[in-house]
Structure formats: C-alpha cells, structure tokens
Design a protein around this ligand. Sequence first.
Ligand SMILES: [Zn+2]
Length: 207
Amino acid sequence: MRIYAIALTALFVSTAAPAQEVALSFDDGPHPVYTRTLLTMARVAGVKITLCMVGQNVEKYPDIVRQALADGHELCNHSWSHKKLRPANVAWEIEKTDEAFRRAVGTVPGILRAPGGNTHYVGKCYKGRPFINWQVDTKDWLHRNTARIVKIVTSNGAGIILMHDIRLTTVMAFPAIVLALKAQGVSFVTVSQIAGNSCGTLAQAPK
Ligand SMILES: [Zn+2]
C-alpha cells in the first residue's frame, strides 16, 4: 500500500504543479510599424504582453497605446526621455509620461520601468508604484539576432523577459517564441502578475 501511496502522491504532485509563468515585456515603444505588428501577432496568438512605453512615443502614437490597452495588454511607464533617473528628474520623467498616457487612454500605468533598469538613485518605488525589472535579459538590442532571441527566451525558463519592440529582429522572434513556449506548457501573464506591487496597496492603476 505504501508504494501505491507514494506513487499516487508523486502523480498528484506532478499534475498539480503549476505551469511556469512567463511575462513577455517589450520596452522603448510604441514604434509605428513594429509595435502595431507585434500587437497583431499577439492578438492572433491570444497572448497577453507588457509594453513599457517611452512617454515621447506615447505622445506620438496614442492610437497604438489605445489598441494595446483595448487588446488587454499591460501598460508600463518607461520614462519620458529614457535618461537615467535621478532625484532631480524622476518626477518630471514619470509624471510627464503619465500625462501622455492620460491623454491617450484616460488612465496611467500601474507599473514603471526605469531606463536601463537603473533605480540606483531613485529607489524601487515612485508614489506607490513599483519599478519592475526582469529575470531574463535577451540583450536583443545589442546582438539583433532573431534566432538568438528565440533561443534565449525559450531556454531560460520562467519569469519576466526583457525585449524591445523598436527592433524588427525582436518582433520577428515573437511567433517562434510563442509557439515554443506554448509547446512547453508555459502560461503567459503580465509583468505585474509576476512581480506584484510591494510599494503600496493599489488595487488598480491610479487615475
Ligand atoms: Zn528602455
């Protein structure tokens, strides 16, 4: 009986184990061509992604921001000008971007990402919202190699993945990434679903 019990326990554990969660995040857009293409592919694939947008681009392409939100993706404030955040510029960089989001979609993102992920001078939170980094850095902007991006994402397990939707080579990698991760049984979530918010108790994005 004991052996059966162990076998049953093993079976229960293996089937009850949660599938790995991956949050695909794309920074520095929206880009007028590549981000639209990415949104179309994400819609077809039925996959939710997270877009860390630069305020200047939010201002230029508000229709892409509206589309991303309407499609159910998570929006993220990635500063106005993509300069290193310091105490002297953080309010301007974040809040000017919030204003652009407000004009585009009537709300602001519940999460932030510092340029370069560098929160050294400003801390991990800004007025109740978290700066969220990543577990896997594809360095897609550096090598710009689609096959390499696919390999890094699909062989590095779970968590928040960093990519950039202003690169054609990255957007081209999206279909292969999704197919491979789906075959691995991965579930696609947004960045805040993995990271949560340790900066406050915001139930939803502030208006
Ligand atoms: Zn960036």
